[in-house]
Design a protein around this ligand. Structure first.
Ligand code: GDD
Ligand code: MG
Length: 366
C-alpha cells in the first residue's frame, strides 16, 4: 500500500521549535515526529511513502533517509512553490498508485487504517475520509454523514451557524487517483475546498474512527501529545518501549535521582544529586540536570543544560539551551534551540524565546 504525506506547511505556530527544524522532524519524546506516522502506516501494510515537502526538505531527508529503518520506501518531492493540499497531490500524480492513502503530516493518531481501507473497498468509494469528533469544529473541516456513511456535506473551517455536527476531517484519506484528473497541473488548489465539496454525492464517504487523534501544531498540543504518548493513550512504539512500568532510561545515564514515572531519559544524561525528574518528563540525550533541580510535565531536548535548583513545570526547553541556576519555567513556555537563560529568572505565560535571544541573570546590574 502506498501513502502520500503532506508536509508542506511551515509549522509557524510551533515556533521556536520549528525555527531551526522543520515540523515533521521536531523531536517528540524520543524520535522525530514523522517516525510516529511512518510506524503507524507501516503497521497497516504501507511500504511506499511519498513525502510532499515544501519547507526545509533537505533537513527532513537528512533525518529520515530512504525509510529503510521503517521498512518503507521513502521518496521526497519538493514543490517549487506551495501548491496547496490538492495541488501537492496533483504534483505527485506520476508517482501515485491507482489507490493510495493521503495524510496530513501534522497529526498524531492510531486510526485503524486497515478498517478504513476495507470500508473504502466495500462501498466502492472514490474517496473515504477518516472522521473524528472534536469539541469545536471551527478550526477543521466539518463533515456531515448519512447513515450509509455517504458524506452529505463538507465545510472547511465552518462559521458558527454552519456547525451542526462535531465530526471533522481527521486528515487521513483513501483516494482513487482519478479524482485528481480535473485539477490543472501546477495550479494551487485545496483538496478541502476545491475537491471534497464537489465529490459530495459522487463517491465521497466517511469513516468515523474510534481512535486517538491530535493535531500537534501548538506548544500546548505538543506537550499534550508528549503526555499522551507517555501515558499510552495513543498506540505507539514508544508506549511499547515504556512497557507497563512507564519508564525508559537510556544508556550511560549518570547520577542518582528520584524519577517519577512515566518518564523518558535519554542516553548519557547527567543528573545532579537531589534532582527530581517526572512525572511526565522527557529528557533527550546528553541533558545535564543540576543539583536539586525539578523537572515535571516538561520536555528538555538533546544537550540542554538545566542549572541547579531550577524548577521546570509545563515547558519545552529546546536542544542545547542553557538554563541558569534557580530559574523557574512554567506555563507552556518554549525556549528555543541554543538559547541561554540567566539565573534567577521566572518565565511563565506561554512566552517563546527564539534562537539568538539572550536572557541575562535576573539579578545582574540591579
Ligand atoms: N506539500 C504541501 N504543499 N503540503 C501542504 C501545503 C502545500 O501547499 N499546504 C498545507 N500542507 C500540509 C500541511 O503541512 C499539513 O500537514 C496538511 O497539509 C494540512 O494543512 P494545515 O495547514 O495543517 O491545515 P489545517 O490543520 O488548518 O486543516 C486541515 O487539517 C484538519 C485536521 O487537522 C484540513 O485538512 C482540515 O479539513 C482538517 O480537519
Ligand atoms: Mg494542521
Amino acid at each position: 500500500m502506498q501513502a502520500l504525506i503532506l508536509v508542506g506547511g511551515e509549522g509557524t505556530r510551533l515556533r521556536p521549535l520549528t525555527s531551526t527544524v522543520p515540523k515533521p522532524v521536531v523531536t517528540l519524546v524520543d524520535r522525530p515526529f514523522m517516525a510516529y506516522m511512518l510506524e503507524w502506516l507501516s503497521s497497516h501494510g504501507v511500504d511506499d511513502v511519498v513525502l510532499a515537502c515544501g519547507f526545509m526538505p533537505a533537513r527532513i531527508r537528512e533525518v529520515l533517509g530512504d525509510g529503510a529503518s521503517f521498512g518503507i520506501r521513502l521518496r521526497y518531492l519538493e514543490e517549487p512553490t506551495p501548491l496547496g493540499t490538492a495541488g501537492a497531490a496533483k504534483f505527485a500524480a506520476d508517482l501515485l498508485d491507482e489507490r493510495f492513502l493521503m495524510l496530513n503530516g501534522d497529526v498524531l493518531t492510531d486510526i485503524d487504517l486497515s478498517a478504513q481501507i476495507a470500508q473504502h473497498e466495500a462501498t466502492g468509494a472514490r474517496a473515504t475520509l477518516a472522521l473524528v469528533p472534536v469539541h469545536d469544529p471551527s478550526a477543521y473541516g466539518l463533515v456531515r454523514l448519512a447513515e450509509d456513511r455517504a458524506v452529505t456535506g463538507f465545510v472547511e473551517k465552518p462559521t458558527p451557524d454552519q456547525i451542526d455536527t462535531n465530526l471533522i476531517n481527521a486528515g487521513a484519506y483513501v483516494l482513487q487517483r482519478e479524482i485528481l484528473n480535473p485539477l490543472i497541473a501546477d495550479q494551487p488548489s485545496s483538496i478541502e475546498r476545491d475537491v471534497f465539496p464537489l465529490l459530495v454525492g459522487d463517491g465521497l464517504f466517511g469513516f468515523p474512527a474510534d481512535a486517538y487523534w491530535l493535531d500537534i501544531g501548538t506548544p500546548e498540543r505538543y506537550l499534550k501529545a508528549t503526555f499522551d504518548i507517555l501515558e499510552r493513550r495513543v498506540r505507539t512504539l514508544v508506549g511499547e518501549r515504556l512497557g507497563s512500568d512507564g519508564l525508559a532510561i537510556g544508556e550511560k545515564v549518570s547520577g542518582s535521582t528520584a524519577v517519577h514515572r512515566p518518564a523518558v531519559i535519554g542516553d548519557r544524561c547527567q543528573i545532579g544529586a537531589g534532582a527530581c525528574v517526572g512525572e511526565l518528563a522527557v529528557l533527550g540525550a546528553d541533558v545535564e540536570v543540576g543539583e536539586r533541580a525539578s523537572i515535571r510535565r516538561s520536555v528538555v531536548l538533546d544537550g540542554a543544560v538545566i542549572g541547579a535548583d531550577c524548577v521546570l513545570d509545563s515547558c519545552i526547553v529546546g536542544p542545547r539551551a542553557r538554563i541558569g541556576q534557580g530559574t523557574q519555567i512554567s506555563g507552556e513556555v518554549v525556549v528555543g534551540e541554543g538559547v541561554a537563560v540567566g539565573s534567577g529568572n521566572v518565565l511563565d505565560g506561554g512566552v517563546r524565546i527564539f534562537p539568538g535571544m539572550e536572557i541575562p541573570d535576573a539579578t545582574a546590574g540591579r
